[in-house]
Design a protein around this ligand. Sequence first.
Ligand code: HEC
Length: 401
Amino acid sequence: MDEAILIEWAGMAIRWLHVIAGITWIGSSFYFIALDLSLKKRADLPAGVQGEAWQVHGGGFYNMVKYLVAPARMPDELTWFKWEAYTTWLSGFALLVVVYYLGASLFLIDHARMPMEPWQAVAVSLAGLILPWLGYEALCRSRLGRNDLLVGVILYVALVLLTLLFCNVFSGRGAFVQIGALIGTIMVASVFVTIIPNQRKTVAALIAGGKPDPIWGKQAKQRSLHNNYLTLPVVFLMLANHYPLLFGTRYNWLIVAIVLLMGPLIRHFFNSRHAGTGSPWWTWAAAAAGLVAIGWLSAQGPRDAVRADGRTPSPVAFAQAEEVVLARCSMCHAAAPVWDGIAAPPRGVVLDNPADIARQARTIALQSVHSAAMPPGNVTEITAEERAILAAWTAAGAPTR
Ligand code: HEC
């Protein structure tokens, strides 16, 4: 089978698994946070029980009881929640390899800003996952790590600086997936190296009839809190790769910085409600303001924007726009692409004849004028003047003559 088809197919299958695993992980963690916060104390609960909750689902009642000591009779079967997280990371990493490492030249590297060989880009990306994660581990384990607020602020500033760095090293799209993969790695690694091991120690101590060291619970709780606040931004970053106005525009890093604040705000609303400590509606107003800010920032055009200015002959004739598209786009976007590794016109977009070019004017503007998403990584070296021609042509309503 053609290698390009095989890679495309693998990407589809792994993405399917990744999304499903992510749903189960996020679903179960949101569920347990809500459950934990909603537990109520009652006088006649058995000793060692923190609280209970009553829930109804699927035609039956569930009475959930949280034991802080080992129950009098240990159950034969104890369900652990960890494979949801591990599967999400493993499938996510596989997808990163298939789409961004095997396709580094198109999706990870920005040939105009920082030309690299694919293996170099992959090495930088791997280092960009491992080193910041080690820094996070060191921070949480250090003396500073005992101050939750301080850790939160340091983590936020570090993630914004890393976003800025990645946006200058990789293509916008590559940078977004890199920061998303980094946050996802931090979250799953916390489950693997802290949350689950500490839970094991706690359970072992309880079964032995001893008292678990409260520090185990404290450490796990801090990691859970970070994961809770980082969940919504990660989902945003994974979806944002499909929106050129987000990753392919000049304030892309600032958009990420805003989303990193919006996620915790919205989680704070739900956490407060589940804990019965009120409904901080202001968080929605703040998040809505963030969304408006993102919309405005994403409309500011690509970093090296050249708006239709005096240098662009105006009005632009269709022939000029067509010439640009044929020279910079049609090697991939053709019924039979000639670009190595592209088996079929990407996303079904064909740009090798006047009728199709005219029909696609709106998406051409979105991908190559309002953002610099296409050509990917600017592999075909479109110039600022050529973008200006496309800008003038689409701004004039994409005339076909
Ligand atoms: C090197 C190959 C290549 C070149 C050159 C190229 N593209 Fe693309 N294009 C792609 C690939 C690959 C995708 C699919 C991206 C993805 O998977 O999200 C794509 C997707 C698109 C889409 C569809 C986006 C969507 O999400 O539906 C449009 C529109 C587009 N390109 C326009 C252009 C324009 C306009 C140019 C020239 C200025 C161009 N492309 C140059 C490879 C290329």
